[in-house]
Ligand binder design. Structure first.
Ligand SMILES: [Fe+2]
Ligand SMILES: [Fe+2]
Length: 295
């Protein structure tokens, strides 16, 4: 793994020079730099981020999954209990100003991932960790030029290469900002575009941590359901879930995770073990969904 541009902290300090090969020694050095700069964690509940988080529950696209009041309370209680690094609050408020779409996306991903973690293997996910992963998985996007992030139309191969460095940059930033107890969150920043068949990026690995797997499924769901500069329309919940199912058939996502999400999206809640999924009358998948890599 290699960066194509210099990477700076939110305070303007150079963290990694471009073209540096990211080795364990580089990570060690970044952690050391971070230790010299460690800041306090603040209760998420007292931040503007949490006030914005509350609003995503009124997004009609996810009403079935998020709107029932008991669900909203459960998810907000979990998110509100997180103590988050001050530096990351600063990073996310900068994201809000410069990349409002990405900011909204991370709030949605955080809410949906917490919800999914409660339904998929309840009790197996640490609540703080899954919440943190949702909010911070795309922190590396803040270091991608806005002209690339907002480009209408297809990215060139060079632009795509730059875009695909965002997980590595996120990983490096999180290694700098986080203490050792949150190492899984930096891994989710790195691995949320990996796929179980090895077709993802940046490393093309097949063994993916369970936190990253949850994030990756929800991440694609929201990417499909949201208008993007390069795509005229967004997809319905049904078409997006179909796509995830199709990807799980191709062994890219864990099928149980996708099926759990489908159950949550249904008005009549079903036990994932007993769900019947119709393969008929599906909306036709837009052609680009079969080969486009979603970022
Ligand atoms: Fe991402
Ligand atoms: Fe994302």
């Amino acid at each position: 793994m290699r960066l194509l541009n210099d990477l700076y902290t939110i305070y303007g300090d150079l963290l990694v020079e471009k073209n540096t090969e990211i080795t364990p020694a580089v990570i060690k050095k970044i952690r050391k730099m971070g230790e010299a700069h460690k800041q306090a964690r603040v209760p998420l509940k007292n931040t503007e981020l949490f006030a914005d988080f509350d609003k995503v529950f009124y997004d009609p696209k996810y009403a079935n999954i998020l709107k029932p009041p008991a669900v909203k309370k459960q998810v907000c209680d979990i998110a509100g209990a997180l103590a988050i690094e001050n530096d990351l609050i600063f990073e996310l408020s900068t994201m809000k100003q410069n990349l409002p779409y990405t900011y909204h996306h991370v709030l949605i991903v955080a809410a949906l991932t917490i919800r999914l973690s409660l339904a998929y293997k309840p009790g197996k996910f640490d609540k703080d960790t899954i919440t943190h992963c949702g909010f911070t998985h795309d922190i590396g996007k803040t270091r991608i030029p806005i002209s690339i992030l907002n480009k209408p139309g297809k990215l060139t191969s060079e632009e795509r290469m730059i875009m695909e460095t965002h997980p590595v940059m996120g990983y490096l930033l999180l290694n700098y900002y986080l203490k050792k107890d949150r190492v899984i969150c930096s891994i989710a920043g790195l691995d949320h575009h990996e796929r179980l068949d090895g077709s993802g990026y940046p490393k093309g690995i097949k063994k993916i941590d369970k936190y990253s797997q949850l994030i990756s499924v929800v991440d694609v769901l929201d990417a499909l359901m949201t208008k993007r500069p390069y795509r005229g329309k967004s997809f319905s919940l049904r078409a997006s879930l179909d796509y995830l199912l199709f990807e799980s058939d191709r062994k890219r996502f864990d099928r149980d995770i996708v099926v759990t999400l489908i159950c949550l999206a249904r008005k009549e809640k079903t036990d994932p073990r007993h769900i019947k999924i119709s393969r008929e009358f599906r909306e036709e998948l837009p052609e680009e969904m079969t080969h486009e890599k979603y970022v």
